[in-house]
Design a protein around this ligand. Structure first.
Ligand code: CTP
Length: 404
């Protein structure tokens, strides 16, 4: 998606400026061309030479330095760019952009452009919490800039809190979003992902092979298309996408509570999680010892989360998954009707290139309008977008609220 895109990276003077070198490489690796503008203070943290070498383009640092009397760099860069990324964006530069101040090359170029722009704030936690900084960030978001939330973690000033530059893969996801049609703007999408773990004792549990990849791909795709996304995830080994809300749960009962709390606000609910159907009736308080003989494990049924949502929903679109090993479409269709879903995504564990742990999937989408769409093998990210396309077309046919 970033292939041949022209990106102007604006680097401002915070300690996270050193990460702009990696960011430049990541943009180029994704196929983009990069030109860098640095503020004077950014050059105190990282040299223009580093960025010039990595971007293979001149680095722009001042308004009046080119020596070419008619070379108006701010206008030329504004026209050249397909998108702007400001990373790191300090409180100072955020304040200047929000107030219409243009007193250096970066802020002047930003004033002279109307391209999609991503702001990646990074600063000390107290600076970030400052009400003026917060108001300025809201102003930028209100004016159509895409504003990322800073990461939470260790900061250079030896405190732990919000203010870190978002991770590079997260910035790449947001940059892709700048080039993505915002056809889910205004939608609230709830996605569940991953397996659940049902404890037997403090060291053992029952679970399944779900990796969380399909659910995370859906959450990311919906976020990139403009939805406000809540992701409720079981334990996984991969990093969740940066969406509005991420809630981690462990057991099916915890997932049930979290989903029931969140689902009434959602206009689309996608249940990609592989919920354990059964749990041990009791989870032993202490480790089960083998010298006491083979323990019988009594299992009880977990709540069927999607069936509970299906029973009470009257608007919104409910999408489930069916992972089967035989009679794929018949089983999936039955599940969709039995649990009052609007749509079900069927995949066969036995198909090469489908299933839990890989990066690809082979899905068939079935819906309550009687449509069946079989898709070829594709990445889970592509499959996620195709599922969202189908949800959009389903909504369009059902009316704005998706009412039956
Ligand atoms: N699901 C759920 N809660 C459960 C079990 C399943 O919400 N306790 C949801 C899954 O997230 C998925 C759909 O139901 O969207 C179908 O899951 P699946 O395990 O295939 O369905 P089951 O009804 O459990 O059928 P099976 O007998 O094949 O396990």
């Amino acid at each position: 998606m970033l292939k041949n895109k022209k990106i102007v990276l604006g680097i401002t003077g915070g300690i996270a400026a050193y990460k702009a070198a990696e960011l430049t490489r990541a943009f180029i690796k994704a196929g983009a061309e990069v030109k860098v503008i640095m503020t004077q203070s950014a050059t105190e943290f990282i040299t223009p030479l580093t960025l010039r070498t990595l971007s293979k383009n001149p680095v722009y640092t001042g308004m009046f330095e080119s020596g070419e009397p008619y070379d108006m760099a701010h206008i030329a860069l504004a026209e050249w760019a397909d998108a702007f990324v400001i990373a790191p964006a300090t409180g100072n530069v955020i304040g200047k952009i929000a107030s219409g101040i243009a007193d250096d090359l970066l802020t002047t170029t930003l004033m002279a452009q109307n391209k999609p722009t991503l702001i990646c704030p990074a600063m000390n936690d107290k600076m970030l919490a400052n009400p003026f900084v917060q108001e300025n960030l809201r102003k930028l978001a209100g004016a159509g800039y895409r504003v990322m939330q800073s990461g939470v973690g260790e900061l250079a000033c030896n405190v732990t809190g919000p203010g870190r530059l978002p991770e590079i893969p997260e910035i790449l996801d947001e940059l892709e979003a700048l080039f993505t049609v915002q056809d889910f703007a205004g939608q609230k999408v709830l996605v569940t992902a991953g397996p659940t773990q049902e404890p037997l004792d403090p060291v053992r549990y029952i679970t399944n092979h779900s990796s969380g990849k399909m659910g995370y791909a859906l959450a990311k795709a919906a976020h990139q298309r403009g939805a406000k996304v809540t992701l409720i995830s079981g334990p996984t080994k991969i990093a969740p996408p940066k969406v509005e809300t991420v809630i981690f749960v462990r057991t099916a009962q915890e997932m049930h509570r979290a989903v029931m709390d969140a689902c009434s606000k959602a206009s689309v609910i996608i249940k990609a999680a592989a919920v354990a159907d059964y749990r041990p009736r009791v989870a032993a308080g202490e480790k089960i010892k083998k010298d006491r003989g083979l323990p019988g494990i009594e299992l009880v049924r977990n709540p069927d989360i999607i069936a509970d949502i299906g029973a009470k929903k009257n608007k919104g679109i409910l999408v489930g998954f069916a992972m089967e090993t035989q009679d794929l479409l018949a089983n999936a269709r039955q599940k969709m009707i039995r649990k009052n879903m609007d749509m079900i995504i069927a995949n066969n564990l036995r198909d090469e290139g489908a299933g839990f742990e890989g990066d690809t999937n082979i899905i068939t989408i079935l819906d309550r309008l009687g449509r069946t769409v079989a898709l070829d093998k594709m990445t889970k990210q592509e499959a996620a977008h195709r599922i969202l396309d189908h949800i959009r077309s389903f909504k369009a046919k059902k009316g704005p609220a998706g009412k039956k």
